[in-house]
Design a protein around this ligand. Structure first.
Ligand SMILES: Nc1ncnc2c1ncn2[C@@H]1O[C@H](COP(=O)(O)OP(=O)(O)O)[C@@H](O)[C@H]1O
Ligand SMILES: [Mg+2]
Length: 237
């Protein structure tokens, strides 16, 4: 069953940017959204997360049309976004950054502790730095914290925008492996990437170009050499 159905989605800033995007992601899948800079990937995930209002089109979550609903409504429904640029609160400790992620969901104390333990299982490094100010963490640790914070709201749909940007190949791989574990634990994932290193972890590949979706494929279709060359760019060594 499709958890997410996007149908003819149109979004503008001053000018139209998404020109009618349609795709589906099945419950339990990890979908990777590829495309060059400016293709509309961030606009797509921000609209699904409720940060941007569409001009037209539908976004269904488990069959319910959620298009235009604000994050304050969507987070409790299980939609969480890890924004581009791993925005953590630099002056706050790791613990408080995580607590804020749960606050939106109005979780009680024991729920918060439970979620936090789960985040530390995924990212043991964070538990060693629990009282440290987030701004003093390495880039990779801040990305882990940004994902951890999103997990605190107990998402069923996790949207991750450019997880590997600026990370070493080894750290990028670590992040992809944890995203895979999160997915195995039942969370549906849409991850925006420009690094083909994510491909082994993807069930579905979506490719955008200039505000439209030009490819949606699963399994072997993903390995098509032309697609790789034309749209996915070069894998980072
Ligand atoms: N806040 C904004 N105001 C105006 N135009 C924007 C804004 N954000 C993005 N755009 C434009 O929308 C297009 C798609 O951007 P974006 O969704 O960020 O693409 P991607 O994430 O694939 O790089 C680009 O042409 C970009 O310049
Ligand atoms: Mg982007």
């Amino acid at each position: 069953m499709a958890l997410v159905e996007v149908e003819d989605l149109r979004v503008s800033y001053e000018n139209p940017v998404l020109l009618g995007v349609s795709f589906e992601v099945e419950e339990g899948e990890t979908a990777v959204l590829f495309g060059l800079n400016g293709a509309g990937k961030t606009t797509t995930v921000q609209t699904i997360a409720g940060l941007l209002k569409p001009d037209a089109g539908k976004i269904r979550l488990g069959g319910t049309d959620i298009a235009g609903r604000p994050p304050s409504k969507l987070v409790p429904m299980g939609v969480a976004l890890v924004p581009e640029g791993r925005r953590v609160f630099p002056a706050l400790s790791v613990a408080n950054n995580l607590r804020l992620g749960a606050w939106v969901r109005r979780a009680n104390g024991s729920e918060v502790d439970e979620r936090r333990e789960l985040v530390f299982e995924y990212f043991p490094r964070l538990s060693e730095r629990v009282d440290q100010a987030a701004g003093t963490l390495s880039g990779g640790e801040q990305q882990m914290l940004a994902i951890g914070r999103a997990l605190m709201s107990k998402p069923k749909l996790l949207l991750i925008d450019e997880a590997s940007l600026g990370l070493s190949p080894a750290l990028a791989k670590t992040v992809f492996q944890v995203v895979k574990r999160i997915n195995d634990d039942g969370v549906t994932v849409i991850i925006v990437e420009q690094n083909v290193g994510v491909l082994p972890y993807a069930d579905r590949v979506l490719i955008m170009e200039k505000g439209t979706l030009i490819f949606s494929g699963v399994g072997d279709e993903i390995q098509d050499a032309n697609l790789r060359e034309s749209y996915l760019g070069k894998a980072e060594e």
